[in-house]
Design a protein around this ligand. Structure first.
Ligand code: ACM
Length: 545
């Protein structure tokens, strides 16, 4: 059956459904997060029962079948219904959930149309990603947890994301988290239609990815003797507990495949030229000074960075060659943030590079460093992404800037014609406090409550419409200095990630804080069911909108 026939059928069924449902109280608006672009409520609803079947527009399409199973498995577990997946039959007119891939189903490659009537559910998309997002919405139309009746309200939804880049970051360098947690995190991203996981794999305090050519990166760089207690820099107090861990290349491949199954790209971050002490502990010859390094047990910015020697570039290209092999996505993140230049100022090697390349100063040397790596990545079919410090000394061609020290770096990069991801500390740093620090677990600082995240607007007014097209989206960042456990990460990331999901997915004008607040409690129940240790929001009275 063609999609048009399905749509016509859906419309008739919706009308019939309304007639049948006449006289019932108006149903509550469904609590979908992120809010769909367009949604119209019908009358009545669709009841899932032991006769409900799933039909596919092309039963031979392996991805369609995988998606149907992906959705049905947890629903089967929750409801006890079989939900058999069948081929499409023209006689089947009721009690079916049909999944359609059709060229004319949606304009946007991530968009979908969902029609729920009392007779059937029809989900159609142009691309499988759209179906995936439609299925997330479908799940959110069903009750949470144990229910007596598995009903969803009659509704017509036409949905597509506002931004192409919808990201969440996780720092596993400051604290290591096991693969099982990384998968849980990815599951939660997928539920809320986020499509990028920025996996921050190397830091001063730990190197977390196996590199075959340089085994000491993980033999030495993946563990530290202990961790500073709270903020006891001076006098220093350590916790006396060794901390470490890394992901084998097989585990990395497993995570990347797990994410791909959920339409999530993984961007690895391999930090350079700063935030590299763990690598220098493993290979001290890559530093500008003689001497041995320990993997640091304190937080903060470290002065020892990679020296811009040919040996360092060879090392980094070797590392990136293995990284490129593991991560199929278009972007490789190379950090570039918080790079003190003192070691380069005092280094004969660094000064020779400055003279040889005709560079003005150490800022231009950092730019030279990033340009070299950018052209290496480009030659291997990848694009470099870096924190906004990569603007200093001049941006390399065709690199993408992650604007974190506010929006200015992003504005400048967009004006220069570069793509930008907005991640300003003011709205997107989920390591900041979410309420009065006196009442909260120790955090790095700042204050970014839920409504501040919700109020974020990734497109700065300063940009012209042409420049604004370079803002690909936004991302929430989770630096884990003060998050030693997965419970801590969940507490800091949720529900703030839900607020961000609406910022990056929903139409700007449709966003309403008061409506988000109305929808949030049912999601907290979903997070409860999944064992997520979110911070219970003490929601303000529903006043602002
Ligand atoms: C950063 O948070 N240092 C990019």
């Amino acid at each position: 059956m063609s999609i048009r026939r399905y749509q016509a059928f859906g419309l008739i069924a919706l009308l019939v459904g309304s007639a049948l449902g006449g006289g019932c109280a108006a149903p509550a608006r469904p609590s979908i997060i992120p809010l769909p672009a367009e949604m119209e409520l019908g009358r009545g609803g669709f009841d899932l029962d032991d006769g409900t079947r799933i039909a596919l527009s092309d039963p031979a399409d392996a991805e369609l079948r995988r998606l149907a199973n992906f959705w049905a498995q947890p629903i089967r577990a929750a409801t006890g219904f079989d939900l058999p997946i069948a081929g499409e039959t023209d006689e089947a007119t009721s009690n079916i959930i049909s999944l359609h891939l059709a060229e004319d189903a949606a304009e946007h490659p991530e968009g979908y149309r969902l029609t729920v009537t009392s007779a059937s559910v029809t989900l159609a998309a142009r691309m499988p990603a759209g179906l995936f997002y439609g299925l997330q919405t479908l799940t959110q139309l069903l009750p949470v947890g144990d229910a007596n009746a598995w009903s969803m309200p009659a509704v017509q939804i036409a949905d597509a994301p506002r931004f192409a880049y919808r990201g969440m970051h996780l720092d596993v360098g400051r604290h290591f988290f096991p693969v099982a947690f990384i998968k849980k995190y990815i599951d939660l991203l997928a539920m809320y239609k986020m499509n990028t996981f920025h996996w921050h794999l190397t830091e001063d305090q730990g190197w977390r990815i196996e590199i075959m050519k340089y085994p000491r990166l993980t033999e030495v760089g993946a563990s530290r003797a202990e961790t500073m207690l709270e903020k006891n820099f001076d006098p220093y107090v350590g916790d006396g507990q060794p901390h470490g861990g890394f992901y084998t290349q097989d585990e990395v491949r497993e995570v990347v495949a797990y994410a791909r199954d959920r339409y999530i790209d993984v961007i690895p971050e391999i930090e350079m030229p700063g935030h590299a002490t763990a690598a220098l502990a493993a290979y001290p010859e890559l530093a500008c000074t003689d001497g041995l390094f320990d993997v640091p047990t304190t937080w903060g910015i470290k002065e020892d960075i990679y020296c811009p020697s040919e040996e360092t570039f060879q090392f980094l290209e070797d590392v990136l060659t293995e990284v490129i092999d593991l991560f199929p996505g278009p972007y490789i993140h190379v950090g570039g943030d918080e790079v003190p230049k003192t070691r380069w100022e005092d280094s004969a090697v660094a000064q020779r590079v400055i003279a040889r390349e005709g560079l003005a100063d150490e800022a231009e040397l950092q730019s030279y460093f990033i340009r070299r790596i950018a052209s290496f990545l480009r030659a291997h079919g990848r694009r470099l992404i870096g924190w906004d410090e990569i603007l200093e000394g001049g941006l390399a061609p065709d690199v993408t800037v992650m604007s974190w020290r506010g929006m200015d770096g992003g504005i400048e990069a967009a004006r220069q014609g570069h793509d930008v991801i907005m991640t300003p500390t003011s709205h997107c740093y989920f390591d900041y406090y979410q309420a009065d620090p006196e009442q909260e677990p120790l955090a790095i600082g700042g204050l970014t409550p839920l409504d501040t995240v919700y109020g974020f607007e990734p497109i700065p007014e300063a940009l012209s419409p042409d420049e604004a097209r370079h803002v690909l989206g936004a991302q929430g960042n989770v630096g884990t200095e003060y998050m030693p456990t997965t419970d801590d990460v969940e507490y800091m990331a949720f529900p703030r990630m839900l607020a961000l999901s609406e910022v990056v997915w929903s139409p700007r004008d449709a966003r309403s804080w008061s409506d988000f607040v109305r929808r949030l409690p049912s999601h907290l129940r979903r997070l409860d069911a999944l064992g997520v240790n979110y911070r219970p929001p003490n929601l303000p009275p529903v006043a602002r909108s």
